[in-house]
Design a protein around this ligand. Structure first.
Ligand code: ZN
Length: 207
């Protein structure tokens, strides 16, 4: 944690970005470091944790870090928290809190609140566009024609729950067993990861 704080101060002194630093540790050794470089690189994603994760994955030449812990001088923002989960880090150690960060102008409360909302209620208009011709996922999963993918997609949009959509798809495709199976595979695949989630940018993002 001391090293994370050092990096935060160093970054601040060098006008790199906000006062945020992070280190990634494996077997009691630092494998990577990062500090906020948002303003110096014009990169709103260059938070300390993100930079540290990129450096750690590069150093270890892999995309998961389940045997590593991250130390960050401030509680991670939603973007970094997401990245930490994607990287499968083992433990998060942090020092200052979100409230501390907010007091010095780095408030990520908005994003935390937005993440919890359904897409249609978020401040940044988030509009789902159903374009079956570009929905490679559905067609790739079940080798569906464009017409079948369109029908399934529209059912999924209307249904509140995946299993309801699944039932509708089964009913409609029930006459053709092989098509029905394809449709079910597609519906299941969609149910398990049907939306691409987008995080809205906040004002001052920290760490
Ligand atoms: Zn962050």
């Amino acid at each position: 944690m001391q090293r994370a704080i050092e990096l935060a101060l160093q970054g601040l002194r060098e006008n790199s970005g906000g006062p945020f630093g992070a280190v990634i540790v494996r077997d009691d050794r630092i494998v990577a470091e990062g500090w906020n470089q948002v303003t110096s690189t014009n990169d709103p994603t260059a938070h300390a944790e993100i930079v540290a994760i990129r450096n750690a994955c590069s150093a270890l030449n892999r995309l998961n870090l389940p045997d590593c812990d991250i130390y960050t001088n401030c509680e991670p923002c939603p973007m970094c928290l997401g990245a930490i989960y994607w990287a499968r880090l083992r433990t998060i150690y942090y020092s200052s809190t979100r409230a501390d960060a907010a007091r010095i102008g780095f408030n990520d409360d908005l994003i935390y609140k937005e993440v919890a909302l359904p897409p249609e209620l978020r401040k940044i208009p988030t509009i789902r566009i159903v374009e079956p011709r570009s929905d490679f996922r559905l067609q790739r999963v079940a080798k569906l024609s464009g017409k079948e993918a369109l029908l399934i997609q529209s059912l999924l949009v209307r249904a509140d729950e995946g299993h309801r959509a699944n039932g509708n798809v089964m009913r409609i495709f029930g006459r053709n067993r092989s098509t029905m199976q394809s449709a079910k595979v597609a519906a299941d695949a969609s149910k398990n990861g049907r939306f691409d989630r987008r995080l809205p940018p906040g004002g001052n993002q920290h760490s």
